[in-house]
Design a protein around this ligand. Structure first.
Ligand code: F6P
Length: 370
């Protein structure tokens, strides 16, 4: 295949890879609508991420197929954070599993269904694969950034984040009323992997007293000092929001499990319980821990996420039709722009320590435990 604009693209494919995020269906819907209505294209949906391209699982996507999916969470195409075509587990006759490059099967599936260009909705892992497909085979591909963690460096915001943030904020609101009634400390562990965006912004929106994020290692004594200070001022409850990637000064992040064939092998989790136990032990105040988990990934996308996802889905088709392959659509507020995929992946966006959000929190008396 050669690089450069392909003439007369008639069929495009679309897949969602990696962890789901509220708004993927809105991307799919917008892409299908623009492709079919505006450009007269055919769209093929690839099921279960890159696995669908390897194992040939596809289905046609017409206007009827995307009816009513705008408010639906999840993805109608299914997704997985395994199935990397460049590192795919193959079971050998002796029962052992060997990882092999099966990217030729991706090309076969695309050819079989006459898919000439591909939209990949994904986070860092899936977009890296998309970038490799472009670099190695000049496959016309465009990426759409997706993750509730909001940690992709090339876009101001990823869709899915606003919905996860809203869910986490509602959880803090609910924890507040029970914390207050029982004079307890409530610890809430939220997702976000190596970035503290969900914890920081939910903590601010929900009025947390302590926010622990990966970017600012904490000292448990400082966390307890904040709680004691509140007790001394007559405030007999406290809310502590802990990002799953938070860690004590000089300590490590808590790893819940390692999944060998996943794009991202490490699953974090458990720091909330450790923090909760230590607070109760040191302050003597009754403490409860809630791990919000996958509730943050589920449910109907907020209006913000529906609109952002729709803008990105439409822009992805436009980009393909302009022949700008190997790029990722992104939000450069207030515009939708694009960047080369190679620049978009690999570097995660963490909370900058000098950010006004961190400053606001500090000035408002919120402790980061540092
Ligand atoms: O990247 C999104 C995310 O939800 C992270 O916040 C979390 O650490 C991880 O995925 C959970 O992955 P899984 O769904 O595989 O447990």
């Amino acid at each position: 295949m050669t690089r450069g604009k392909r003439k007369g693209i008639k069929t495009i494919g679309i897949l969602s890879g990696g962890g789901d995020a509220p708004g993927i269906n809105a991307v799919i819907r917008a892409s299908v609508k623009v492709a079919v209505r505006h450009y007269g294209l055919k769209v093929t949906g690839i099921e279960q991420g890159f696995g669908g391209l390897i194992e040939d699982r596809t289905r046609k996507l017409g206007l009827k197929d995307v009816m009513g999916i705008l408010p639906r969470g999840g993805t109608i195409l299914g997704t997985t954070n395994r199935d990397n075509p460049f590192h795919y587990p193959v079971r050998l006759e002796n029962g052992n599993v060997e990882f092999r490059d099966v990217s030729d099967r991706v090309l076969e599936t695309l050819q079989k269904h006459r898919i000439e260009a591909l939209i990949v909705i994904g986070g860092d892992g899936s977009l890296k694969i998309a970038s490799q497909l472009w670099n190695r085979f000049s496959l016309p591909v465009v990426g759409v950034p997706k993750t509730i963690d909001n940690d992709l460096s090339a876009t101001d915001q990823t869709f899915g984040f606003d919905t996860a943030l809203t869910t986490a904020t509602e959880a803090i609101d609910k924890l507040h009323t029970t914390a207050e009634s029982h004079y307890r400390i409530m610890v809430l562990e939220v997702m976000g992997r190596y970035a503290g965006w969900i914890a920081l912004q939910a903590g601010l929106a929900g009025g947390a007293d302590v926010i622990l994020i990966p970017e600012i290692p904490f000292d448990i004594n400082k966390v307890c000092a904040k709680i004691r200070e509140r007790s001394a001022a007559g405030k007999q409850f406290s809310i502590v929001v802990v990002a799953e990637g938070a860690r004590p000064i000089g300590g490590e992040m808590v790893v819940k499990k390692v999944i060998k064939d996943s794009f991202e092998q490490i699953r974090l989790g458990g720091i909330g319980n450790l923090v909760g136990e230590q607070i109760e032990e040191r302050t003597g105040i009754e403490t409860r821990v809630t791990v919000l988990g996958h509730l943050q990934r589920g449910g109907s996308p907020t209006a913000f996420d529906r609109i952002l996802a729709s803008r990105l889905g439409a822009a992805a088709v436009n980009l393909l039709m302009e022949g700008r392959y190997g790029e990722m659509v992104c939000l450069r507020t207030p515009h939708i722009a694009s960047v080369p995929l190679a620049e978009a992946v690999g570097e995660i966006r963490r909370v900058p320590l000098g950010s006004d959000l961190v400053r606001l929190a500090r000035q408002a008396g919120i402790s980061f435990g540092d």
